[in-house]
Design a protein around this ligand. Structure first.
Ligand SMILES: [Fe+2]
Ligand SMILES: [Fe+2]
Length: 298
């Protein structure tokens, strides 16, 4: 387990992140040409990252349908992303309520909320520009999110933030580097990756501080909640209704994705970095770890 960062170190990290935010922050409403035509035939995700890639369902889809499926998978991930950002903004604001407003950490937390406000607008614009529906969380996840945003604090709060941010980040880093993909999703990914790198740095620092301040009982509860968050986030990536866009019944598509070794490898790949970090912090073990495994993340 890591030692807690000293107060001066936490402040220094926050100060650096504030300076970096001044230098590289984007307003997607002005930076992105939302009306630009899409590139005919270009995928929205590298095809091998589609949840159905390599299945018999995939083999039966036309090239056009495969492109369409990746578009709806991106819309689903963007819907999940902005849902989670809404939860995250409320968690940060709740913590800020008790924070010292003159501290750099508190000021960076507000800067992160400002970033997330722009991101959620960007994801909303993206879904609109793709002509896809908003893929909403199912009622039980909606309820869990409501609970998390109202109650989470301490290690479970920053751990949940890291899981959502780092899993999406793995996909987006690959997308922004792949020149064969739609320019729109590459640009959205680039903006998100740049700003999220700071959020991940901040969350890791704050998490180390909170882990050191948490007793065994609090850690046990955190491990369970962190597992539950990991499970929900993994399950929420591809909404089953996305399959209906290419004529596949949602339950059939979902079952095929669940059994798909390519998709399971993709899930593990996306969670590699955050799993290693949280396991190192003592936050992946016991019954919570089973939830990571059941979600296919490890
Ligand atoms: Fe974001
Ligand atoms: Fe973020």
């Amino acid at each position: 387990m890591e030692a807690a960062p000293a107060e001066s170190e936490r402040a220094a990290v926050a100060e650096r992140l504030l300076t970096s935010s001044l230098r590289t922050s984007y307003d997607p409403v002005v930076e992105i040409d939302w009306d630009a035509p899409h590139t005919p035939g270009a995928y929205w995700l590298p095809p091998h990252r589609s949840s159905l890639y390599g299945t018999s369902l995939w083999a039966r889809l036309s090239e056009e349908q495969r492109v369409e499926l990746t578009k709806h998978e991106v819309a689903s991930a963007a819907s999940a992303g902005l849902w989670f950002e809404t939860i995250l903004m409320q968690m940060l604001i709740r913590e800020y309520y008790d924070a010292d407003p003159t501290s750099r950490q508190a000021q960076y937390a507000l800067t992160e909320v400002a970033d997330e406000c722009r991101h959620s607008i960007m994801f909303g614009r993206l879904i609109e520009a793709m002509g896809c529906p908003v893929y909403r969380a199912k009622p039980v996840d909606q309820l869990l999110g409501r609970f998390l945003k109202a109650t989470a604090s301490g290690p479970r709060m920053y751990a949940a933030i890291l899981i959502a941010e780092e899993i999406l980040d793995a996909f987006q880093r690959e997308i922004m580097a792949d020149e064969s993909l739609q320019p729109l999703i590459r640009m959205v990914s680039r903006i998100h990756v740049v700003e999220e790198a700071r959020h991940v740095r901040f969350a890791r620092e704050e998490l180390a501080h909170q882990v050191a301040a948490t007793g065994p009982l609090g850690m046990a509860y955190a491990r369970l909640l962190v597992g539950r968050a990991a499970h929900t986030i993994a399950n929420r990536l591809v909404h089953p209704d996305a399959y209906a866009a290419v004529g596949i019944p949602p339950a059939v598509g979902r079952a095929a994705a669940h059994a798909n070794p390519h998709w399971r490898a993709t899930l593990r790949w996306s969670a590699e970095r955050v799993h290693a970090h949280l396991a190192g912090a003592g936050l992946v073990a016991g019954p919570g770890r089973l939830l990571w495994a059941r979600a296919g993340l490890i």
